[in-house]
Design a protein around this ligand. Sequence first.
Ligand code: PNW
Length: 491
Amino acid sequence: APTSSTRLADRFPPGFVWGAATAAYQIEGAAAEDGRAPSIWDTFSRVPGRVHAGDTGDVATDHYHRYREDVALMAELGLGAYRFSIAWARVRPTGSGPANAAGLDFYDRLVDELLAHGVDPYATLYHWDLPQALQDAGGWGARDTSARFADYARLVAARLGDRVRDWTTLNEPWCSAFLGHGSGVHAPGATDQELSLRANHHLLLAHGLGVAALRAELPAGHRIGITLNPAAVRPLSDRPADLDAVRRVDGLANRIHLGPLLRGEYPADVLRDTASVTDWAFVRDGDLAEIARPIDVLGVNYYTPLLVGGAEDDGTGTARAAGLRDDGHGASGYSPWPACADVRFAQVPGERTAMGWGVDPSGLYDVLSRLRAEAPGLPLMVTENGAAYEDRMDPTGAIEDVERTAYIAAHVAAVGRAVDDGVDVRGYFVWSLLDNFEWAYGYTKRFGIVHVDFATGRRTPKRSARWYAAVIAGNRVPEAEPASDGLGSID
Ligand code: PNW
């Protein structure tokens, strides 16, 4: 078998997609322009204490006005693809009334600009920014929101489907459901375990109805998928209680989505484990068949593994407190894990990013291998991977983000090992093209391969961007780092 060092000399398969990803609320700004209505993130970011320093996405990177410059930058880096999300509240501001032509026009211009620069557009329909009007009608707790999503999907596909071949229904429904309704660190900020499981089901149902709507609207050959954040769940030890904690967290992080999507059923142990929280009466006849509609690709977002254990043996109650610590999911005092008060979430040992997330590329390899086993024949795409670090601009204005470069290199190599082992991974998208609004952390956490000065909007490609351009150009991880000249700053 090839070692990782021989692998680095090899090329990725021809046609392997190299891209970068963003999301609407994190980059667009222009929150009140051209008929856009508020989303739950506009509301949530204004609730004191919810987002660091009271930051909002009102301006963000101003991509709404700077998209031409951003697409030019993508072309300079040689990106084959760009994954972006569409703001529902631009396209259908009230969630159910008429479409907003001016909102659709923006994505129409963006797609044309991408295609003119040879960058393939990958559109995600929902990256967490539910129209506030739909939240007021019950949000993801309400079954009707799933049907509204399908209407919206159809409307966008009717406008962009002639040019966008690659479609994703939802980004990380786990985050929407459990960070949004369980721990409350994301919008809408609810802390209700029953609601989080109901919201998760309605998100999955929205996906299924959305797939049907997209199939009806898109030409044959277009690709439809969903992006999950599958977790590599690791035990603190091989104690039975720790292994059982892995089973339970794997159920709530992974199988709660993979079961319905791939097999049309919720795992029996997940239903049993959460019986104290919900009777699951929100699951109606036919829902699971809807959710299990065939998809063409599964998107995988990966950052860090999860390390879990069962209750401690000393019976002092420290386990519960430990279960609520800030393990990088944000510390609200509420857990995103329903019925898991006795599960301990530990810090991954070793190097950490600025998010406090442990660096472990083998988790990405493990997740991809596991998905091959669970979903044989389903192409995979790494739709997000990347890292926040404290970047420092040196006196010449350059950002030598060696840690981010190393993080991305190690994870790209892990993808390469999976491909070598026969896992059908079709592409890799770095998170993120630009420094942006990092949700509850506001503008303090920078994930971009391109630096953004939030005062001026000025973009500066970092060392990681130059390195990534060399990866793309060679379709392989280069043996030597490119020189630090090349791409300069763009105002
Ligand atoms: C993903 N967690 O978010 C999102 O898709 C991006 O919008 C985000 O900027 C990026 O990863 C970096 O955070 C996540 O706590 C946020 O497990 C939180 C978690 C996972 C993913």
